[in-house]
Write a protein that binds this ligand. Structure first.
Ligand SMILES: Nc1ncnc2c1ncn2[C@@H]1O[C@H](COP(=O)(O)OP(=O)(O)OP(=O)(O)O)[C@@H](O)[C@H]1O
Length: 230
């Protein structure tokens, strides 16, 4: 059984009485350890696909299986529990809380966890170290560069050690060099075992990933594997 299986998924949005088919009968299988980029023109359905895979957006028809669990058959509460333990999210706008320090931002997802305050602090320090920012753990977001803020957001996404990390345009608001550093960081997280699924317009991403899925008009136009470490 594959790790992630999207089967025959269609998504129709209804807006003011007008319906629009954003995904049409999409099948996609992703194994543990893959680093997949979802690419394609604006409006092609990439974010829709990402949010469906990310357990956030129920498809109109079809299903998503992760680790043999039929995700959209779960109650909302159990789906939220699943999301908490299996997934981390990184966005173009980092969504850091401006009045919390880097380490406080990273600790946020742990506030509902079973871990003691001391354990939460240790876990947050470990991931901040992983992203190279332990020495800036007390900085506020506006005291850090865009790339550093994205590193904090990545640390927050992985603090719970989720098997899957979803990213939506994580280099979109960064300059080229900083974007490359962030892609390197994702690559090293992938090597450490996280499956990564990333929506991007950034053509450079192709050099870092193991697979490129191109979406056009709600359909998978191409699906190309690259040899790892290329
Ligand atoms: N909530 C919604 N209601 C109505 N239509 C929507 C909704 N969300 C997305 N759409 C439409 O579905 C299509 C696919 O949108 P989606 O955001 O998945 O595309 P995308 O490939 O991620 O685009 P971009 O690269 O511009 O972010 C678009 O035509 C969009 O307008």
């Amino acid at each position: 059984m594959s790790f992630i299986q999207l089967k025959d998924v269609t998504k129709v949005y209804d807006s003011k009485g007008v319906s629009f088919t954003a995904l049409q009968k999409v099948d996609l299988t992703i194994e543990r350890g893959e680093f997949v980029s979802l690419m394609g023109p604006s409006g092609s359905g990439k974010s829709t696909l990402l949010t469906i895979l990310g357990t956030l957006n129920p498809p109109s028809t079809g299903k998503l299986m992760i680790d043999d669990i039929d995700i959209y058959q779960l109650s909302q509460e159990r789906r939220a529990d699943f999301r908490y333990s299996y997934t981390g999210f990184v966005f173009q706008q980092m969504h850091l809380l401006p009045y919390l320090s880097a380490i406080e931002n990273v600790m946020l997802p742990l506030s509902v966890s079973k871990y003691s305050g001391k354990e939460q602090l240790t876990m947050a320090e470990q991931v901040l170290d992983k992203v190279g920012l332990l020495n800036k753990k007390h900085r506020l977001p506006n005291e850090m560069s865009g790339g550093e803020q994205q590193r904090v957001a990545i640390a927050r996404a992985i603090v719970n050690n989720p098997p899957i990390v979803f990213a939506d345009e994580p280099t979109g608001s960064l300059d080229t060099k900083t974007g490359e550093e962030i892609l390197e960081l994702f690559k090293s997280l992938n090597k450490q075992g996280h499956t990564i699924i990333m929506v991007t317009h950034n053509p450079e991403t192709v050099e870092y990933v193991s697979r490129v899925v191109v979406i056009r008009d709600g359909l998978i136009e191409s699906d190309t594997y690259r040899s790892k470490g290329e």
